[in-house]
Write a new protein. Sequence first.
Length: 435
Amino acid sequence: MSVVEETAGLRQEVTELLQALIRADTVNPPGNETRAAQILVDYLAECGIQSGLIARVPERANLVARIPGAGGPSLAFLCHTDTVLADPAEWERDPWSGELVDGEVWGRGALDMKGQVAASAVAFASLQREGFVPSGDLLFIAVADEEVGDGYGLRWLVEAHPEAVRCDYALNEGGGDRLVLGGRPVYLCATAEKMSAPFLLRVHGRSGHASMPGIADNALVKASRYVDALAAYEPEPELIPEAQGFLEAVLGEAPPLEEALQRANELHPMLGALVQPLLALTLSPTMIEASRKRNVIPAVCEVTVDCRLLPEQTPQDAEPLVRAVLGEGDYELEWIEAVGGTRSPLETPLWDAVASFVQELEPGAVLAPIACPGFTDSHFLRESFGTVAYGFFPVKAMDPVLATTLVHSANERVPVDDLEAGVHMLRHVTRSLLG
Ligand SMILES: [Zn+2]
């Protein structure tokens, strides 16, 4: 079979597989990811690949398939099969139709992330059909329960079945967006993520009748100045490796931070907003609770603050900063949780493999690292096995701003051109890394 024929075949194959996956409703909650896992089991079986379902409860299966290698470092295609919900009333088409319209496949999960699930399965199966023998194991891991994280997906697998999912390298969601900066295309690769570490700010006062404010000490009023202080906070920027790597890739050199930021801003108006979360923790007050009665002045006011820490920063590191922002006062801080926040190194064979794909996809384009502001399953592999896990799936045909707005929103769809590029990326990376 010629290269052209093989390419055309894979394009068709990934489109049809994605359509089938979208038609299997896996909205989480409740998930029902076994529906998607079974489609993948059947598809892989047609290509002569045996895969295993590993499930805590029958309706929420995770799928793992493996092409055994010769003992070298292993590579996993990691993805999740659940989706967030969709309200059909907001959509122009049925969210579970999988319709192909003007070269785009429509439906919930097309971008996040059944498109990458389908591309991973097709890349995996096509390599097996060609008789490719990897130097290390090649794994395809399609997990349940990423969107909610109730303990049915990768968080559970790394503890209950570590040998099934242990890997040295992994490619997951979280990156692949294309920006044109100073005339040069830049593809983003997610090599780290920020830690989600929200906290409660509990402000104390003294209750009293609202008709006589002078006799009370209103905790809500006191809290307002802390909310102002949190909103006005401008953290001291810190050049973490991901920000340094990003600025170097974009500017071609690493000038001092302030100059780098200014030059980045001049390159693209969106760049400042993109780089800023990479430079420091962020503090966003989002919820407030005080008195439950109109005529009672509250003795306590609780403000929930969404806080995102830099990779490897901890709440213990952040607390003195937060206290300095708030100043002295009658309040306490209570950290609610601390999730994510891991990073992988930047100079790795996986990086080189993705970078060489980007060169092939678009000569002159560069790959730039980024830390995801949000959480992905890459965190569990990094934390459990020290896996080098990157988020990358090329978004070339679709405008990245449009793609970002469609994720978790109405009218989600993916261009078949991007699906096809994704299949090529996964095949290219596998051949470079495990060839
Ligand atoms: Zn996702």
